[in-house]
Design a protein around this ligand. Structure first.
Ligand SMILES: Cc1ncc(COP(=O)(O)O)c(C=O)c1O
Length: 431
């Protein structure tokens, strides 16, 4: 009997151990799920088509930066949108508003001058609305971006980068292409209306557009210039989408927001929404080299007379970060509610990207890396114990030939060399 009693005691003891381990585990799991629950966006079983899959991106704690700064640094994973960036939201809003207002006809072509992400998003989303997409892009932008746009079925013009005041700036060419598409449609309509003949039968008729761009065919339904810089649909995409999501995902408990600006749509839409919800939430800009926005926010002047965009003979090489920094005030940026601004360097952005890759497994594009530089700078400025949100705009895959190319970086003496966050003034022992 003794062995049986011993066995029984062993079984009972083992059961207690197993049970208490199970209970402990359950307890720790439930407390951690309580913490993460705050940041989990509402789960929907299925979403409606590609467009339904845009937005409601996760908000994640960036562990390395949070631990190093003592602030909760949260990144909105916009790179998880189907088109790979924050611009998917903008593309949807621009197309939907244009279709609703009748400025874009069903089957028409959306044109845009874009350094990449917006173009990729428009090309991704346009077919879902039965529309086409034509993109004008500066020829110094990473080649993989125009390859993606073409693979998505859009037409692409790569043009020499010139000042925005030049008629052949990529944005101005894109605007022109939309007008040309509309002219073609009205010529077509008029010629049909006048004598019932097809335009190609009319003596001397030749479309200029046809020579320039293959998207302008006889069945062209007209064009619409997306105009992401000045079209406030961009701002509204973030005011109605990104901002409310951040508010919901943090349960309204955040202290500050920081992001860089290209068109200014993100920083404007999010800052305006958050400050209307709670005026104590502080919103900041992080500005890359060569951009005039830091001066505008901190000193009220954009640039010296010599630096004004119209006075530049050509676009100078200012920053290797793509999609952010600008030397004019856009309609979208004007909607921003900012409490201050920081400047970031290209070296900081490069080092930050490698640090996040090594420590968090986050493979981010250059603007996201700059946003994280901004988040750390903001944490250093307001001190530990605060919750800071930033945007992770796109991932590194679109940046292989530049931002993630050792050869490219070495040309500018930007080869990463940091082992920790010392490039942000944070010593190893601090993290
Ligand atoms: C990759 C990337 N990140 C950030 C931005 C800046 O966002 P916004 O235009 O909303 O200021 C852009 C803009 O084109 C971008 O392409």
């Amino acid at each position: 009997m003794a062995p049986v009693r011993t066995t029984g005691a062993i079984v009972a003891a083992a059961s207690i151990v197993v049970l208490s381990f199970f209970l402990c585990n359950l307890k720790s799991k439930s407390s951690s799920s309580k913490r993460t629950k705050l940041f989990v966006s509402s789960k929907r079983k299925s979403r409606h088509g590609l467009v339904g899959a845009i937005g409601n991106t996760p908000l994640i704690r960036i562990n390395s930066l949070s631990d190093a700064t003592g602030c909760e640094i949260l990144g909105k994973c916009e790179f998880l949108n189907p088109g790979g960036s924050v611009k998917d939201r903008v593309a949807v809003k621009i197309i939907e508003e244009a279709l609703e207002s009748g400025k874009l006809a069903p089957g028409g072509v959306v044109t845009e001058g874009s350094a990449g992400s917006t173009a990729i998003s428009l090309a991704t989303v346009a077919p879902a609305y039965g529309c086409k997409c034509h993109v004008v892009i500066p020829d110094d932008v990473a080649i993989e971006k125009s390859q993606i746009i073409e693979a998505l079925g859009a037409t692409v013009e790569r043009v020499r980068p010139v000042s925005i005041t030049h008629r052949d700036h990529y944005v101005n060419i894109a605007r022109r292409r939309a007008s040309e598409a509309n002219e073609l449609v009205s010529k077509h309509r008029n010629s049909e209306e006048i004598d019932g003949k097809k335009p190609e039968q009319i003596n001397g008729y030749h479309s200029d557009g046809e020579k320039k761009s293959s998207f302008m065919s006889m069945n062209c339904k007209g064009g619409f210039f997306a105009d992401q810089f000045e079209n406030l649909a961009n701002f509204r995409a973030h005011y109605e989408g990104t901002g409310p999501e951040i508010w919901e995902q943090t349960g309204g408990s955040l202290d500050a927001f920081v992001a860089a600006a290209g068109t200014g749509g993100t920083v404007a839409g999010v800052s305006k929404f958050l400050q209307e919800k709670n005026p104590n939430i502080k919103c900041f800009l992080i500005d890359p080299p060569g951009s005039g926005l830091f001066n505008k926010v901190t000193r009220g002047v954009m640039y010296t007379k010599e630096e004004a965009e119209g006075r530049r003979l050509k676009n100078p090489f200012d920053t290797i970060t793509e999609g952010i920094g600008v030397n004019r005030i856009t309609q979208n940026f004007m909607m921003a509610k900012l409490d201050g601004a920081f400047q970031g360097t290209d070296r900081e952005a490069v080092e930050m990207s490698r640090f996040l890759l090594k420590n968090d497994g986050l493979f981010l594009g250059s603007s996201s890396a700059m946003n994280c530089v901004g988040a750390v700078r903001l944490a250093q400025s307001i001190g530990p114990g605060h919750t800071i949100v930033t945007i992770l705009c796109d991932n590194g895959m679109r940046h292989l030939s530049k931002f993630y190319s050792a050869e490219y970086l070495s040309q500018f003496d930007l080869t990463p060399k940091a082992s920790g966050l010392e490039f942000m003034g944070i010593k190893k022992a601090d993290h």
